[in-house]
Design a binder for this molecule. Sequence first.
Ligand SMILES: CC(C)(COP(=O)(O)OP(=O)(O)OC[C@H]1O[C@@H](n2cnc3c(N)ncnc32)[C@H](O)[C@@H]1OP(=O)(O)O)[C@@H](O)C(=O)NCCC(=O)NCCS
Length: 275
Amino acid sequence: MLDQSIKSLLVCPPQRIARFFFTLTMKENTNTVLLGNHLVLVPYAAKHVPKYHEWMSDADLRDLTASEPLSLEEEYEMQKTWQKDEDKLTFIILSRHPKDGLPILDGHTPGIHISPEDPRVSSLQMVGDVNLFFKGDRLAVAHETTANEDDEFEVEIEIMIAEKRFRRKGFALESLLLLLTYAAGQWSPFVPPDLEGFDSIPSHLPLRPYLNYIREAQSSRSLIKIVTPSRLVSRISDSNEPSIRLFEKLGFRVVKQVEVFHEVEMRWCEAPRSS
Ligand SMILES: CC(C)(COP(=O)(O)OP(=O)(O)OC[C@H]1O[C@@H](n2cnc3c(N)ncnc32)[C@H](O)[C@@H]1OP(=O)(O)O)[C@@H](O)C(=O)NCCC(=O)NCCS
């Protein structure tokens, strides 16, 4: 299979060759576990589909996430597509607990690698998902050539804490910080001034060492080249106050109202933040 692809490259234009090598590096989250203070991010796999499908049978959640109802079979198909598609980076959020046996990072932790199949990980409860979607001419960005204006590259972020009892505990904020640190190779643009709030949650150590570990040991070269803060965008229903406040906290601002879809577009902005 690979041999055939390489053979076909010999007769390919340079753009296609670039796409081939870029494709090879895009699904690099396949074996990635991002360890956090309260949660762990793992790639969306077939074993997660039944719970995901149960979540998406809730009409309110579908509404909030602009999702279509799917049968279980369609959900499995969708998961397969998401797993392969180079334009998506999808993670499931699992809740940690004090006796999960996973490392607690304190800033002095030597190299760790945790597999998504590790029983300490697979036994954790699913609480939601967090995703990046790459839209537009990624090749132009990766190769620093000028993109067609209609095909400007952007990275759309989506998050859902589906399990209601896990909301308002900092899960969404922490998930987004882990994912953005992994994909953008930095966390400082997104950390709210009141990050110290994480320290006040009993029985958990602060998030900072986890973000540092991801930045230093796990962020991927091909992603950080294209996922820069100014290319991040979130599209949210204009009545979804919790989500708008959440993205504001990470430094995003409403830059556009799309009346026809009752939606706001939020982009990360360098302007100073209040909290
Ligand atoms: C929006 C959502 C992801 C927030 O998840 P969460 O884990 O409860 O959020 P966090 O606890 O991390 O909250 C972080 C910040 O977001 C804001 N926020 C979250 N929920 C809020 C609410 N109900 N009302 C107002 N602000 C809220 C606050 O600024 C909060 O910081 P604070 O607790 O210091 O005030 C969650 O409510 C959800 O999944 N909703 C359904 C799906 C959805 O709307 N997804 C977004 C589509 S892009």
